[in-house]
Design a protein around this ligand. Structure first.
Ligand code: BG6
Length: 291
């Protein structure tokens, strides 16, 4: 593990030297690199690395809300809290540790103080797995440890690093309905072509397929997002005007990032006391260069 501004980060390495770095601040994945050392996640050059605000980049976890519906803390508060390493994790089901897979288990247990923001007691666990092929899997479990039911939204707010936003295509969301965050979540239907970008986009695609792709022509690579338990996909790029209004975001950095989040937003997830929910995402990257 390493330290940044006094916050511990855990580094995972595959046998072929792909790597991932996870911060105890927010349980946030801060870096994901290929075997060749290429960074696959965007982090703003203006990011504020000091807690409590979440770092602009990587994969902040949004829970128990997405956006600002429930409490005053946009995207929920767990991304702003300190998590701990889970010393007693559930066994790695169906994964053979002899294959060289690296993983870490973190947990956030809600505090009395958190009840001011959300009046429910919960335990949120995150397992991050770096596989031999360099793919990154995040498995989150939310457990209701309260005496009454609660409902929540969840998102892996994933900032992908891309070569040029004008040359990017998102595949798998064609013809689906989406809620437009720029228009108070009004509902629209996407057209038949893959999504391309030429202005600000802030949408929640609903009831999406399990696999979504981001084709990056400039970098000649495709990100594949495979998800379970997370029916929705957020697509966000602030473009030039909004970028200038975000203090911890560089003016032209919108050209080099795209957020595509596996999420559960439209239909909140409800847990009775003692129940647990699991949401999983697997991120992989394929090079489209022919050898
Ligand atoms: C996006 C939201 O996913 O996150 C946007 O849809 C929001 O509306 C953006 O602006 C960034 O949020 P934040 O709180 O990290 O600045």
């Amino acid at each position: 593990s390493e330290d940044e501004n006094g916050v511990s980060q855990v580094v995972l390495r595959s046998p072929r030297r792909a790597s991932a770095r996870i911060s105890l601040h927010g349980g946030q994945v801060r870096s994901w690199k290929t075997e060749k050392g290429e960074q696959l996640l965007f982090t703003s050059s203006k990011a504020n690395l000091k807690p409590p605000a979440a770092v602009r980049g990587g994969i902040p976890i949004c829970f128990p809300q997405f956006g600002e519906q429930v409490s005053a803390e946009q995207h929920g508060f767990v991304r702003n809290r300190m998590w701990v390493i889970d010393r007693n994790p559930a066994p790695l089901h169906s994964i053979d540790s002899s294959t060289g897979i690296a993983s870490i288990d973190l947990v956030y247990i809600s505090t009395d103080d958190d009840l001011r923001f959300w009046p429910h007691r919960f335990e949120l666990r995150l397992r991050v797995i770096l596989s031999v092929d360099g793919s990154l899997t995040l498995i989150s479990r939310v457990r209701n440890v309260d005496c009454k039911p609660f409902s929540f939204a969840f998102a892996y707010h994933t900032y992908f690093s891309i070569g040029d936003i004008s040359e990017v295509r998102v595949e798998g969301l064609e013809t689906l309905d989406y809620l437009d965050n720029m228009l108070h979540r009004e509902r629209f239907t996407e057209q038949e072509d893959a999504i391309t970008f030429e202005s600000e986009v802030d949408r929640v695609y609903v009831s999406t397929p399990d696999t979504v792709g981001i084709v990056d022509h400039e970098e000649k690579r495709t990100f594949v997002i495979k998800k379970e338990g997370l029916p929705d996909v957020v697509v966000w790029n602030p473009w030039d005007k909004k970028s200038k209004a975000i203090p911890d975001f560089g003016n032209n950095e919108y050209e080099f990032m795209l957020c595509v989040d596996a999420a559960a937003i439209e239909n909140p997830i409800t847990l009775k006391p003692g129940e647990e929910w699991t949401g999983r995402v697997e991120l992989s990257v394929t090079s489209s260069l022919k050898h």
